[in-house]
Design a protein around this ligand. Structure first.
Ligand code: PMP
Length: 371
C-alpha cells in the first residue's frame, strides 16, 4: 500500500522510536517525582526534549508548555486568554476546527469575534486585518500553514500589524513544524503537534512567550505542573519522542527535494486526469500538499475505489465522516460540488518517486472509471 496522507499524520522519523523505548520500559518513574534519582532521570530527559523543541522554533525552553497536541494547545490559548474577561478575537475563515470551535465558545461567552476571509489561494487580506485591528486590542489567531490546501500566511507581517495595534498573536503551527518553518520570535503563542512532524501522537506544545504569560490562565486545574498552565503527569516517553523529532527536522535542501516530489505528483496527476485543478500552494506552502479538484465525479467514490491500496483523503481527517463541504475549500471560492470533487494528497518527507508514480497511475485509473 501507498500512504499519501502525511498531513493527517506521519510515521516516526528515524531514531524517534529508539529514543522513546527506554521510557516505556526501564526508565518509567514519574518525571515529577523530585525526591528520588529515578524521577530525576526521567525529568532530565523531559527537560532535554523541552530544549530540543524550543530550539526547533527559536524559543526559550521555559516558554514550552507540553500539551496532548495542537488541539489542546489551541483551546488553552483561546479559552485561557484573559479568561475572566471577554476579549475581542480575530481569526480567519480557514482555521482548523480546534481553533474555530473554542472561538465560537468565547463568542457565546460574550467576546466580539471577526473572521477574516481569504483569497482564492487561501491568503488573508492584510488591509482587512488592519481594519479589524483598528477597533481595539485583541487576540489574533492565524494558522501558519493550512492543513487542507497548504497555504502559508505571512506571519512576520501579520505579527507586525498585530503588535503595532497592541494585539497579541497566536499561531497554530501544527502544519508548519514538519518543514521547520517557524520563528517563535514573531508570535506570542504558538501551537505545535508532534505527530505531524515525525513525532508520536498524543503530545504537542504551546509556546508561551514570556511577556505574554500573564495574559493566560489555565483551563484545567490540578497539581500545578507546566507552570500551573497544564497540570497532569507528563507522558515522558512521548515528550522524549517529540524532542527527538524536533532534533531531526529536515533542512532546506531536504524540504526543496520534498517540494519537488510533490510537484512531480501534481504534474503526473494532471497528465492522468484532463481538467484537474490544483488548489492552494504559494510562497512557503506545505512542501507535501497536493490538493486537487476533479473535473467530474465524486472524491469519496474515487478514494473508496482506491482502497486498500492508496491512502489519500478529502482533507481534514478530523472532519471526515461529517457530511459537510470543507469550510476551507468553500472559503477559497469552491462551490459545494467542486469541494466534493476535491482530494488532498500529502506527500511525506520520505515518500519515494516510485510510490508517487504508482499512486498517480492508480489514481488516474480510478478517476477515469465511471462505474
Ligand atoms: N491544527 C492544524 C492546522 C492541524 O492540521 C491539526 C491536525 N489535524 C491540529 C491543529 C490538531 O492537532 P492534534 O492532532 O495534535 O490535536
Amino acid at each position: 500500500p501507498i500512504y499519501l496522507d502525511h498531513q493527517a499524520t506521519s510515521e516516526l522519523a528515524p531514531g524517534v522510536l529508539d529514543a522513546m523505548i527506554p521510557f516505556f520500559s526501564d526508565v518509567y518513574a514519574n518525571p515529577h517525582s523530585s525526591e528520588h534519582a529515578q524521577g530525576w532521570r526521567v525529568s532530565d530527559a523531559v527537560e532535554r526534549s523541552r530544549t530540543q523543541i524550543a530550539a526547533a522554533v527559536g524559543a526559550d525552553s521555559d516558554e514550552v508548555i507540553f500539551t496532548s497536541g495542537a488541539t489542546e494547545a489551541n483551546n488553552m490559548v483561546i479559552l485561557g486568554y484573559e479568561r475572566d474577561e471577554a476579549p475581542t478575537l480575530i481569526t480567519t475563515a480557514i482555521e482548523h476546527k480546534s481553533v474555530i470551535a473554542p472561538i465560537r465558545e468565547r463568542a457565546r461567552r460574550g467576546s466580539r469575534t471577526t473572521v477574516l476571509s481569504v483569497d482564492g489561494r487561501g491568503y488573508i487580506d492584510l488591509s482587512a486585518l488592519e481594519l479589524a485591528l483598528s477597533s481595539g486590542a485583541a487576540l489574533v489567531s492565524v494558522m501558519a500553514v493550512n492543513n487542507e490546501i497548504g497555504s502559508a500566511q505571512q506571519i512576520a507581517v501579520i505579527a507586525e500589524l498585530c503588535h503595532g495595534a497592541g494585539a497579541l498573536l497566536h499561531v497554530d503551527a501544527a502544519q508548519a513544524l514538519p518543514f521547520a518553518a517557524i520563528d517563535a520570535s514573531f508570535a506570542d503563542f504558538i501551537s505545535l503537534s508532534a505527530h505531524k512532524a515525525g513525532g508520536p501522537k498524543g503530545v504537542g506544545a504551546l509556546i508561551v512567550a514570556r511577556h505574554a504569560r500573564g495574559k493566560l490562565s489555565p483551563i484545567i486545574f490540578g497539581g500545578g505542573q507546566e507552570d500551573g498552565l497544564r497540570p497532569g503527569t507528563l507522558p515522558a516517553p512521548l515528550c522524549v519522542g517529540f524532542g527527538a523529532a524536533c532534533a531531526t527536522l529536515p533542512d532546506r535542501d531536504e524540504v526543496a527535494d520534498w517540494r519537488n516530489r510533490a510537484d512531480r505528483l501534481a504534474d503526473l496527476l494532471r497528465a492522468e486526469v484532463t481538467g484537474l485543478i490544483r488548489n492552494g500552494g504559494g510562497e512557503g506552502a506545505h512542501p507535501g500538499n497536493v490538493s486537487v479538484t476533479l473535473p467530474a465525479g465524486d472524491a469519496d467514490v474515487v478514494i473508496a475505489r482506491l482502497q486498500p491500496v492508496l491512502a489519500v483523503s478529502t482533507g481534514s481527517a478530523c472532519t471526515t465522516g461529517i457530511p459537510e463541504a470543507s469550510h476551507v475549500l468553500r472559503a477559497i471560492g469552491l462551490d459545494v460540488a467542486a469541494a466534493d470533487r476535491t482530494i488532498r494528497f500529502s506527500v511525506g518527507r520520505f515518500t519515494t518517486l516510485a510510490d508517487i508514480e504508482r499512486a498517480a497511475r492508480l489514481f488516474g485509473a480510478a478517476a477515469r472509471r465511471n462505474t
